[in-house]
Design a binder for this molecule. Structure first.
Ligand code: HSE
Length: 431
């Protein structure tokens, strides 16, 4: 029998949960029209019943007992917006095993356990939707799975972490160093009290796993994503990059090369005219390169109460439509197919290097020789601040394999004339 009244249980009433609550309650008529069924928010799991909230919720809706949602046979759709790995993963699994439709915004759970959870959903004949897990309000996952289903995707890459993009943008516009901007970002609420997962690139890596698995229909294991954060980026790098015509961004990049996939997260110099160079502050953008469709760009708010809430509610409506029609939705098959990941040593990129060297005759020859011996060709070599004690060298290279580049770093390290390799940052967007 097809259902006309569908009950929703919400796990979590934090930032995203409050957005979901507001959209579901304030836009009730529209939601009903679009879902084709009546959606009723039946119960909300919170940690503390007494806590002051961003939204006015009838006390009767709240519970601290997950069983009141997961074990309630009348609840058809469970929405998980708790964040973190546990207990979120267990709750999702329990809801799926109980035959409920599940919507989650949880990138950590999907990146680490997506394959297993989607398998449970398949076995139980229910849906597991997770649009909000990547790039907040940007509808990129459904686009990859539905609109671009016929596309041979060659690359998916972009800026998928708002915190680090905010920090890099502020470092650029204010000329401040990383630590100063981070403190300011935490004080103004743009960075979390513990921003490690953002700063170190782990958050972006989780999102890349989800994007790449859907884009290439091949599972990308999280532990095989190369990941470097933005801790080492200095105001000097940003200023030097600007002078050379670049901006520095934390990029998440996945590219298909034959049957294999490369997946990496790291800071990169981008030409100032590149579409991603104009993505500033907390905004996100994802570029998709398809064989038939060409290059597409998706831009918008990658986090926040209402944008992420919008993505979650879109999934709730999709789940409700399926229940109303007695159907199942798209199945993220990519998570189920193990693929081959290209080791980072084999990945080819261009590099920018900043060296502090001895201000002596022959030093340029020494540096050029180290690069050549490692198998890396130079595009440019600029000298600055030639002083009594030291000089700065700025190098840009032709594309070279990571292992060749590492050989160059070892060679430079052995040279007495090279005091320090101050920075080594990849260059992207130049072909
Ligand atoms: N911490 C994340 C970010 C939140 O800064 O993008 C959204 O996933």
């Amino acid at each position: 029998m097809l259902q006309k009244r569908i009950k929703v249980g919400l796990l979590g009433l934090g930032t995203v949960g409050s957005g979901v609550y507001r959209i579901l309650t304030e836009g009730k008529t529209t939601v009903r029209e679009k879902a084709g069924v009546d959606l009723e928010l039946e119960r909300i799991l919170v940690r503390n019943l007494k806590r002051r909230r961003r939204v006015d919720v009838a006390a009767g809706l709240l519970t601290t007992d997950p069983g009141a949602i997961l074990g309630d046979p009348d609840i058809d759709i469970v929405v998980e917006v708790l964040g973190g790995e546990e207990p979120a993963r267990s709750y999702i699994e329990e809801a799926l095993r109980a035959g409920k439709q599940v919507v989650t915004a949880n990138k950590e759970v999907m990146a680490k356990h997506g394959a297993d959870l989607l398998q449970v959903a398949r076995e139980r004949g229910v849906d597991l939707f997770f649009e909000a897990s990547v790039a907040g309000g940007i509808p990129i996952l459904r686009t990859l799975q539905e609109s671009l289903a016929g596309e041979d995707v060659e690359a998916v890459y972009g800026i998928v972490n708002g915190t680090t993009n905010y920090i890099l943008t502020a470092m650029d516009s204010k000329g401040l160093d990383f630590a100063e901007v981070l403190t300011e970002a935490q004080a103004s609420g743009y960075a979390e009290a513990d921003p490690t997962a953002d700063i170190a690139g782990h958050d972006a890596a989780r999102k890349l796993v989800i994007l790449a698995s859907l884009a290439f229909n091949t599972r990308v294991p999280l532990d095989q994503v190369y990941c470097t954060g933005i801790e080492g980026i200095t105001a000097a790098d940003i200023a030097a990059a600007r002078e050379l015509g670049y901006v520095i961004k934390l990029l998440a990049i996945a590219r298909r090369d034959g049957g294999r996939v490369e997946a990496r997260v790291h800071p990169a110099l981008l030409p100032q005219g590149h579409p991603l160079a104009a993505v500033n502050g907390v905004f996100n953008a994802v570029l998709v390169e398809g064989r038939a469709v060409g290059t597409l760009m998706f831009y918008g708010a990658g986090a926040g109460q209402m944008p992420t809430g919008s993505a979650v509610v879109g999934d709730v409506i999709a789940a409700a439509r399926n229940l109303g029609a007695g159907a199942r939705g798209i199945i993220a098959t990519g998570f189920a197919r193990a693929g081959e990941i290209i080791p980072m040593e084999e990945v080819e990129t261009r590099y920018y290097l900043r060296l502090r060297v001895a201000p002596e005759p022959g030093v340029l020859g020494t540096v050029t020789r180290c690069c050549g011996a490692g198998g890396v060709e130079l595009v440019s070599l600029d000298v600055k601040n030639w002083g009594k004690d030291s000089a700065d060298l700025f190098l840009r290279t032709q594309p070279a394999k990571e292992k060749a580049f590492r050989r160059v770093l070892v060679a430079l390290d052995r040279e007495p004339q090279v005091y320090a390799v101050e920075s080594a940052i990849r260059i992207e967007g130049e072909g």
